[in-house]
Each structure stands twice: as C-alpha cells, then as structure tokens.
Design a protein around this ligand. Sequence first.
Ligand code: FES
Length: 272
Amino acid sequence: MNRITKYRQLSDNEYEIWFENDRIAKKAQPGQFIILRVDELGERIPLTIVDTDKDNGTVCLIYQVIGKSTKKLSTLTVGDHILDVLGPLGTPTEIKQYGTVLLVGGGVGIAALFPIVKGLKEAGNKVITVLGARTADLIILKEQCEAYSDELIVMTDDGSLGEKGLVTDAMERIFKRETVDTAWAIGPSVMMKFCTLTAEKYGVPIYVSLNPIMIDGTGMCGGCRVSIGDTTKFACVDGPEFLGTDVHWDEFIQRMKQYRDEEACSLETYQK
Ligand code: FES
C-alpha cells in the first residue's frame, strides 16, 4: 500500500505522483484531500486528491516544494512507499446541475480545481475554466481541464501563454458576457480574495478552498480554524470549501504567513 507507481516533475518545484491505495481511490470525491507523512518524524502534509484510477486502485497528488517536508516528499520516486496516508478527508464539493459554472484556478491550486471541473462537467453543467499563473511553465493540467471544459481561458502575468493579465480580468469579461450561476476559485489566498470580490460585484456565489495548517485532519486539534461569517470553522471537516464572501480574508492571509520564516529556516537546515 502507498507504493508510488508514477512520478513526474511538472515544473521547477511542482511534482505529480500516483500511488496505490485502493480504498482511497474507491471513496474519494471532488474537493477531498488526504494527509500524508513521509517518515516517522515527518510533518503531516495535507494535499488535495487530484484524480483517481478506481480500476488500478491508484491516487494522484500534485504538490509544490515549499518547505522541508515537501522537499523530502520530492525525494520519493517510483517504487518507494509513502509511510502513511489518511483519507479521504473533508466535505466533498456539492456536485450537481447548476447551469453555467465558472472555475478559476491559480498556480498549484489548479490541481485542486481539476477534480471539480471534471465532476461538474460530468454532472451536465456548462463549464468555463480560467487558469492563471505567473508564467507558462506554471500552468499545469491544461489539457486535462480542457477535456472537461466548454471553454478554457489561460491568463499569465507575462503573457507567455494565453493572454497577459489576471484571472480576475477574464472573470470580469465572462460576467459581462453571460449569466454564471456559480463560481469556484482555488489558488493563492490573495487570488481567492480578489476572485471573491469580483464575483460579489456581479452577484455570483463563489466557493473557495482554504488550505490552512492542518495536523490531525479530523476536527480535534483546532490548527485549521478559520473565521467564516461570525463563527469559527475547522477547514478539515467543515471545509475545505467555503463561500468566499463568508471568509475573513485579511485574518486568513495573515495566518497563512505565520510560520513562513520557520519554514524557510527548516528547509535551509535540511538542505545543508
Ligand atoms: Fe486539526 Fe482541523 S486539522 S482540527
């Protein structure tokens, strides 16, 4: 179990792996995630389930190396085993017929968006997908998203792929052009905040997927708490998806930066 069957480097610091886990492959639904450990002293890493192959009992993850733990994960390759994997966790995305849906993914957030694109298309929605990143090489899963989208727009900061501009520019254009029933945005916190403000301006409900620090992943430690409306929720069990207009963005963005220095220091020490 948890033996890696495929390994692919997608960009400078983004990797795709497939590993064997029959139970997770059979049970996973769009929007859910797993928590894994690479070794006994390892940090618990939450990662969205990108895709599954139910026939082969394999599960796909895409991750970005941002600290010591993800660096360690990137050293595992085909034939290696992940020490332990917990999941599927989290409340799945509500997949149903909405009508026209707009899905916006930024950077490695595209990995978490893809299963929702796929699920909503299979449920009979008209799917418009917008993918954004700084440069062309950071746009991942373009062909896979295209296969399940009625329209796919790519936006890059430097114009090296698709159009030059921000994902919110594309959102504005779509909202002016046609009625969108529901939207999703998954990517960096600041991107999700501005996608929310854009959707709110046009009165379109928008869901975002929050990725705070997680420890147990089962609602017991409180590490993943987020302020949603006037209540505190746990992203691991109540989310990770929430209505973007209910998220206290400034507090969330601040909390996401909380351990940045420690992460950088830990990675530096590990690499010495
Ligand atoms: Fe512990 Fe969510 S990760 S409560």
